[in-house]
Ligand binder design. Structure first.
Ligand code: FES
Length: 112
């Protein structure tokens, strides 16, 4: 299985190159791609063959809202219009401006 395989589920230990960005929909692994410093979640998703909807690509509209399941996607000091404290507490991150720090698991569904 290659690092970009799209068929594994979480109960199967996927062959991975660490660090890796994984994209899930619930328990299903949709795709994964090696972590590239400075790339956004949306850019990583494109590499993994996973579609995250976008609109403004600037943190304003919230179209790219996803859920952080594992790892670190730092937030800007001031939350952009597309996020609020409640969404952040539920793991919400904006894919268009969110830049992961190493291994990250992302559920492409927004929180709630
Ligand atoms: S595409 Fe609008 S907030 Fe990300």
């Amino acid at each position: 299985m290659s690092a970009n395989a799209v068929t594994a589920t979480l109960d199967v230990d996927p062959v991975t190159v660490r660090p890796v960005i994984r994209f899930l929909q619930g328990p299903t692994l949709l795709g994964q791609t090696p972590f590239v410093p400075g790339k956004t979640l949306v850019e990583h998703a494109e590499e993994a063959g996973v579609d995250i909807p976008t609109n403004c690509t600037s943190g304003t509209c919230g179209a790219c809202l996803v859920s952080l399941v594992y790892g670190d996607v730092p937030l800007p000091e001031e939350l952009p219009p597309g996020l609020d404290d409640f969404l952040v507490e539920e793991g919400g991150r904006l894919g268009c401006i969110g830049v992961p720090n190493g291994d990250v698991d992302i559920d492409i569904r927004p929180p709630l």
